[in-house]
Design a protein around this ligand. Structure first.
Ligand SMILES: Cc1cc2nc3c(=O)[nH]c(=O)nc-3n(C[C@H](O)[C@H](O)[C@H](O)COP(=O)(O)O)c2cc1C
Length: 165
C-alpha cells in the first residue's frame, strides 16, 4: 500500500507539517511526504505541468493508493497553495484512491471547514473513499496532545493502511 502525505501549508516551520510527520511516523510502513511549499511557485501558479518538480509531484499522486491531504485553515477554508496544487492535477487524479482529509486551525469555530471546503474538492478529483476528517487545533500539535492519539489511530484504521505502529 503506497501512502502519500500532502502538506498544504506555505509556512516555514509549519505546524501542519509537524502533524503530518507525526502521522507518517505512526504508520508501520514507509510513507512519502510532499510539502507543497517546496514546489516552485511560478510553474505552480502558471499551471506549467511540464516542470520536472510538478511532474514528479503528479507522479507521486498517481502512484499513491492512500493520500492524506493536510492543510491549515486559512480564512475559513483550505490554503490557496493546496488549491493551486490540486488545480494542476489532471481530472480524476484521485480516482480509485482512499483520501484522508486533515486540517489544523486556530479556532474550533472553523472545524467544519474540513467538510464544507476540503471534502468536496477531494470528491471532485474522483476519490473512491474520503474518510472522516480530522481537525486539530494548532495548540495541540507541539507537543502533540495525548488526547489526539485515539482519534488519530481510529482515523488511520479507517483506511487500509494495515496496523499502525
Ligand atoms: C493567513 C492565516 C489565516 C488563518 N485563518 C484561520 C481561520 O480562518 N480559521 C482558523 O481556525 N485558523 C486560521 N489560521 C490559523 C491556522 O490555521 C493555524 O495556526 C494552523 O495550524 C497553521 O498551520 P501551519 O503552521 O501549518 O501554517 C490562520 C492562519 C493564517 C497564517
Amino acid at each position: 500500500m503506497t501512502v502519500l502525505f500532502i502538506s498544504g501549508s506555505p509556512s516555514a516551520g509549519s505546524r501542519t507539517g509537524r502533524l503530518v510527520d507525526h502521522l507518517a511516523g505512526r504508520l508501520d510502513r514507509p510513507a512519502t511526504v510532499l510539502r507543497l511549499r517546496d514546489l516552485p511557485a511560478e510553474p505552480l501558479l502558471h499551471g506549467d505541468v511540464t516542470h520536472p518538480e510538478l511532474a514528479r509531484a503528479a507522479r507521486l499522486v498517481r502512484a499513491a493508493e492512500v493520500i492524506v491531504v493536510a492543510t491549515p485553515i486559512y480564512k475559513a477554508a483550505y490554503t490557496g497553495l493546496l488549491k493551486s496544487f490540486l488545480d494542476v492535477l489532471p481530472q480524476g487524479a484521485f480516482t480509485g484512491k482512499s483520501v484522508v482529509p486533515i486540517a489544523t486551525g486556530g479556532t474550533v469555530a472553523h472545524l467544519l471547514a474540513v467538510d464544507y471546503a476540503l471534502r468536496p474538492v477531494l470528491s471532485v478529483l474522483g476519490a473512491r473513499h474520503v474518510t472522516r476528517g480530522l481537525f486539530v487545533l494548532d495548540t495541540q500539535i507541539e507537543p502533540l496532545a495525548e488526547e489526539l492519539l485515539p482519534r488519530i489511530d481510529a482515523l488511520l484504521e479507517e483506511v487500509p493502511l494495515a496496523e499502525v505502529a
